[in-house]
Design a protein around this ligand. Structure first.
Ligand code: PMP
Ligand code: GLU
Length: 398
């Protein structure tokens, strides 16, 4: 039998976040006491009022195919949420609900990009962006940043990366993996630059909107002079602890929303009916329903910051949002233990897993090979034990 796979799938890398989570589960199944801080997923359960809305939807027989872009009532709730929380005007016709923000982003890549188009990624970037862009046969163009600039890029760097082929620019704020948050002033400057390039579409991934420790969330689409160029991505996975429900959405200029709906109509149709009704309840509630989780995340951020600061050789920024640390671990490159020499962050990741039973994700998956990502979406007890293991295991290297 011919088992040749498509070039498309052969050229695709496995998601490193999911791969490390899988590896941790496999080792746990073998009886190994692995602590996994690899996947970015709130450890909280979905709030009861959201689960109640799902139960009600089942009882009311919301069990049929849904409209491709999502139930109108959900899109109305999202439209109100955009207005209430972000001061953004997106009518329900400009909103498309998909099977997670991951699907929203894939729809966008497949609907907008042509082979040869360039997409600027502000590095470090979320692991799946680059692969989605490759699936669409476009070319990712990376702009680097480091801890010295709190992992943010400047408008001058963006300007230098723009070419006549640039079609999109993708970024997340709060950022996965660095936890950095672009301020309103910084977003304004980027918007001012990009208004000079009206054919460039800005993809603003705001899925960590609620997990922000420095105050109000800022959306780049708030600047009227640029909003025709912006697609705002959001979803309920992170803010409402609803990762398994698979609901993400976009607010976009109508021509883009229409294209994504057409794409989705051939791939998945409208997403799960019950999950949509649950998401509607989440988004109609005041954002204060998530404040307890945010307080817990901030406490954990502070704890992890102080514990990681005690590990020699790690260089840290103080994350302002999301639930990740992205320390620079390059001081360990070139060091050895027994027969193992660490040459890069993937080696270090495997060393920490095998010797320390702690699962993190290598920074190269996020466009920065000097760093490692640690998700602190775990209890304080687990985090304390995990960082103790990390410290002891790193101390073996010399
Ligand atoms: N964007 C970013 C920055 C993320 O971290 C995630 C988490 N997986 C997603 C998008 C996708 O989220 P989901 O598909 O669960 O809505
Ligand atoms: N966004 C999460 C992460 O970065 C979930 C895993 C994934 O979908 O990649 O870990």
């Amino acid at each position: 039998m011919n088992k040749t796979l498509s070039n498309r799938i052969n050229n695709l890398s496995e998601s490193q976040t999911l791969a490390m989570a899988r590896l941790s589960r496999e080792l746990q199944a073998e009886g190994k006491d692995v602590i996994s801080l690899s996947i970015g997923e709130p450890d909280f359960n979905t709030p009861d009022f959201i689960k109640d809305a799902a139960k009600k939807a089942l009882d009311e027989n919301y069990t049929h195919y849904t409209p491709v872009p999502g139930y109108l009532e959900l899109r109305q709730a999202i439209s109100k949420k955009f207005k209430r929380d972000n001061k953004l005007d997106y009518s329900p016709e400009q909103i498309v609900v998909s099977t997670g923000a991951k699907h929203s982003l894939t729809n966008l890549a497949l609907s907008i990009l042509n082979p040869g188009d360039e997409v600027i990624l502000l590095a470090p970037y979320w692991v799946s962006y680059i692969e989605m862009i490759k699936i669409a046969e476009a070319t990712p163009v990376l702009i680097s940043s480091s801890i010295s600039t709190d992992f943010k890029v400047t408008p001058a760097q963006i300007k230098a990366a723009i070419t006549p082929k640039t079609r999109m620019l993708w970024f997340s704020s709060p950022c996965n993996p660095s936890g950095s948050v672009y301020t309103k002033e910084e977003l304004f400057e980027i918007a001012q630059l990009l208004k000079n390039y009206p054919d460039i579409i800005i993809v603003s991934d705001e899925i960590y909107e609620h997990i922000n420790f420095i105050g109000k969330h800022e959306s780049i689409a708030q600047f009227d002079f640029i909003n025709e160029q912006v697609v705002t991505i959001n979803g309920v996975s992170k803010g409402f602890a609803m990762t398994g429900w698979r609901i993400g959405y976009i607010g976009a200029p109508k021509w883009i929303a229409d294209a994504c709906t057409k794409m989705q109509g051939q791939f998945t149709s409208g997403t799960c009916s019950i999950a949509q009704k649950a998401a509607q309840a989440a988004l109609e509630a005041d954002a204060s329903v998530v404040s307890e989780m945010v307080i817990a995340f901030e406490k954990r951020r502070n704890l992890v910051f102080s514990l990681l600061s005690e590990i020699p050789g790690l260089v840290l920024n103080e994350p302002k949002g999301a639930f990740y640390f992205f320390p620079d671990v390059s001081a360990y490159f070139g060091k050895s233990y027994k027969n193992t020499t660490i040459t890069n962050s993937s080696d270090l990741c495997m060393f920490l897993l095998n010797e320390g039973l702690i699962a993190l994700v290598s920074g190269d998956a996020f466009g920065n090979p000097e760093c490692l990502r640690l998700s602190y979406a775990a209890s304080e007890e687990v985090l304390t034990e995990a960082i103790k293991r990390m410290k002891n295991t790193l101390a073996l290297l010399c």
